[in-house]
Write a protein that binds this ligand. Structure first.
Ligand SMILES: *Cc1c(COP(=O)(O)O)cnc(C)c1O
Length: 406
């Protein structure tokens, strides 16, 4: 006997709110107290940011790491260090946080949007290759939802075509690609510590690289070009840099958060693994398929309405069951924002991206993904009861005749 959907008058599958515990506690307080007791909150005079960088480099498996003020700053820092200059083109995903794309514009460079894989929602390597032109300098691989891009394919393209591969790992803490952590296949990996990522410090970022020269430039890029190495002439920068320094307060909290990330990811993997095993085969729902070689870290769970089904109806029916999903993720592709279609970056003066036409049709698969996408936010504290009730809701809505598009 199948149960009546809540949207049709039945009782909701979810009987209470999802479990979420406070993310900050005694460990963070202890680090913060120590930071304050140092008598300085400036990274170059303190210990917390440097300790975080060392611990992160070790955790991620890279030779160098540099902390900065946000995930957006981490990407801008990578682009500055890589020498991305006005008129250069950078290939990026049309489904991402604006923090991936804004730094490209700040460098005077032109974002070029590749299309995506329909089932894992990351950049399709063949579309990346098709979008390479004489001005292309870099590929920014966006690891959406904690699932890496096809990094072997992107690295191969970048190596063959002389491009710099940069990884946006803001949503991919703990994700691995062929046993390597996200951020260590490309030349530079970029992470975010904003309040909503796997681990957080309010706002913050980290970049990593194995390249000694790039590592030095990454540090300079976050610190106005000031060279604080012993014996160096501190002021006399050789390229344009920003102040994206991380403070000791952020460093202290991030240092306390880092040791928690593996457990956070493991718990998310277990919960989603169960969810997927129990909701694999419903006519209305297309679950995501992780990139081959990737063990994702599940920042959120994004699935698609099956062909002929309506994402809004499915989302509405799941919401009625008490499941806090929403349809269409970011609503429209980044290149459909007025910032791009109307070239609104600056009030006046020229910018290379004005010569490029942006708008609907650039990435048809990405547009289809957003039309069909439904997102279930995840948290590592979700319990077995949360799981059972979520599965019950998926069973009801996943088989519901009313989900069909009319
Ligand atoms: C969150 C996020 C960013 C930006 O990070 P902030 O710390 O918010 O600046 C960049 N890229 C992706 C994919 C993100 O999810």
């Amino acid at each position: 006997m199948s149960k009546t959907l809540a949207i049709e008058g039945g009782s909701p599958a979810k009987t209470g709110p999802y479990t979420r515990l406070p993310r900050y506690g005694e460990e963070e307080l202890k680090e913060l107290r120590e930071a304050l007791e140092q008598g300085t909150l400036f990274y170059a005079q303190g210990k917390k940011v440097y300790a975080l960088e060392e611990a992160f480099a070790e955790w991620v498996g890279a030779k160098h790491a540099v902390a900065c003020s946000s995930g957006t700053a981490s990407i801008h820092t990578a682009l500055m260090a890589a020498g991305i200059s006005p008129g250069d083109e950078v290939i990026v995903s049309p489904i991402t946080d604006l923090g991936s794309v804004v730094p490209i514009l700040f460098q005077g460079a032109v974002p070029v949007f590749a299309d995506l894989d329909p089932r894992n929602y990351t950049m399709d390597p063949s579309s990346v290759e098709e979008n390479i032109g004489p001005k292309t300098k870099a590929v920014l691989a966006v690891h959406l939802w904690g699932n890496t891009c096809d990094l072997d394919a992107l690295k191969d393209i970048c190596d063959r075509r002389g491009l710099i591969l940069i990884e946006d790992c803001a949503q991919a803490w703990g994700a691995t690609y062929k046993r390597r952590k996200a951020g260590t296949v490309g030349r530079i990996g970029c992470y975010s510590l904003n309040e909503f990522k796997h681990i957080a410090c309010g706002d913050g970022g980290l970049v990593c690289t194995d390249d000694d020269v790039l590592a030095r430039r990454l540090r300079l890029a976050t610190d106005k070009g000031y060279n604080r190495e012993a014996g160096a002439a501190i002021r006399n920068p050789t390229f344009l840099a920003a102040n994206y320094r991380m403070s000791e307060l952020q460093g202290a909290v991030a240092k306390a958060q880092l040791p928690k990330v593996d457990d956070i990811v493991a718990r998310r993997r277990r919960w989603v693994g169960e969810l997927m095993a129990r909701t694999a085969d419903f006519p209305n729902i297309l679950p995501p398929i992780p990139t081959h070689g990737c063990d994702p870290s599940w920042w959120f769970y994004m699935f698609r309405a099956a062909p002929g089904c309506d994402a809004d109806k499915i989302a509405e029916a799941l919401q009625a069951e008490g499941i806090p999903v929403w349809a269409h993720y970011i609503g429209q592709c980044v290149y459909e924002y007025r910032l791009f279609t109307d070239h609104l970056a600056f009030e006046h003066g020229g910018h290379a991206y004005q010569a490029r036409v942006y708008g609907k049709g650039i990435a048809p698969v990405a547009e289809d993904i957003l039309r069909d996408a439904i997102i279930l936010p995840l948290h590592e504290d979700f319990t077995d009861r949360d799981l059972d009730e979520t599965v019950e809701a998926f069973i009801k809505v996943g088989n519901w005749e009313g989900a069909k598009r009319v």
